[in-house]
Design a protein around this ligand. Sequence first.
Ligand SMILES: Cc1cc2nc3c(=O)[nH]c(=O)nc-3n(C[C@H](O)[C@H](O)[C@H](O)COP(=O)(O)OP(=O)(O)OC[C@H]3O[C@@H](n4cnc5c(N)ncnc54)[C@H](O)[C@@H]3O)c2cc1C
Length: 409
Amino acid sequence: MDLALPGDDHPARAQFRAWLADNADPTPRQLAAAGYVAPHWPRPWGLDADPIAQLVIDDEMRRAGVRRPFNQIGIGWAGPTLVHAGTDAQKERYLLPLLAGEEIWCQLFSEPGAGSDLAALGTRAVRDGDEWVVSGQKVWTSFAHIATLGILLARTDPDVEKHRGISYFVCPMDAPGVTIRPIIDMTGDHAFNEVFLDEVRLSGDNLVGEVNGGWALAKVTLGNERVSLSGEGALWGQGPTAGDLLDVVRRAGGVGDAGLRQELARVWIEGEVLRLIRLRTVSAVVSGRAPGPEASVRKALADDHGQRVMELAKALTGTFGLLAEAGPAQGLAHAGGGGPHGTEPSADAGPGWPESVWAKGYLFSRALTIGGGTAEVQRNIIAERVLGLPHDIDVEGARPWAQSRVPQS
Ligand SMILES: Cc1cc2nc3c(=O)[nH]c(=O)nc-3n(C[C@H](O)[C@H](O)[C@H](O)COP(=O)(O)OP(=O)(O)OC[C@H]3O[C@@H](n4cnc5c(N)ncnc54)[C@H](O)[C@@H]3O)c2cc1C
């Protein structure tokens, strides 16, 4: 397996460099129109890029300091579903502003009684002439308070088997009857919301795909959960890595405690194993093979790994960990380093990351084993799909949901 990225002779590098020369400091709209926001999407929205070309473009963009617009749910999940099942008019209306980050999207799927068992959702959409009248409650809706639009699952036929009576809609978040209530999470951030839908009227044009065909589209959405081919951060591909933590310790002159040193070696090795599993998945796709069970295994390993990296950072912070903004560099500087390197300790958090990223990451890392399919549900999938163990007796609703939530690489 070749683990190095293709060099200067890869055509995607030359094309991107030439485009950037003509479009210095590109706006989000220019990036979107050129297909560089989601290069793996089909033209004209993307560039039909294969995984290697996508990695090469990511690499070029990183070197040039060009950032994609923020619209995680729009670009990652809603967009691919619209590409798959939207009408031409829906694609024309929604995709370019979505790619340019001009319209932020949210995902109105989970409900108080429907998370892992998403197909149990109770929000109703009732037809009234050419319109649909939607009532119900959603929860854990990330970014609802800044979103222009949401992808919405609602029950359109309560009298059939639960997977067969769900439809998929686009919901304007400023429609009359939509109430958004903030949920402050344990990091202190407002990212989640409760969303109440009280007789919200949606036009027939807001239906995506067939009436009662929403479950199949929900699986497309969740299967497209952002495949972060470039991200290696410990928090769902974002944030610092185990290697970054090792760098912090090195710069601080090492760590005297043998147990913490051992744990540091462990998380670094785990990080490397995860990196190789990721490259193996990419390599399999490039060779025309479907990603194997390593994709499911990687999600389960990566979530636990992220929590361990952040727990170790907290342990290294020592008593400074009581302070919201403190990180391991402060704890190590106070402890005087004392590692094998004998260098002068410094409280440098390392390039790119503010010291507070570790404290916030520690709190956020509890979410890793809940969102995107819980740890228990992931293990059910691995048990059944990889190890061939007997089916869980009560996962009829949970299984397809959770399966589709496993990132594809
Ligand atoms: C950071 C974050 C962002 C999120 N953003 C969104 C969003 O934007 N939109 C949205 O719709 N949702 C969002 N969610 C919600 C998320 O999808 C759900 O939390 C998740 O699917 C789990 O559902 P639940 O919370 O209802 O837990 P439940 O499904 O009620 O699970 C409770 C417990 O029971 C266990 N369990 C459930 N079923 C089984 C089973 N069959 N076998 C064994 N154990 C089982 C679970 O593992 C868990 O421990 C987000 C969650 C997080 C953490």
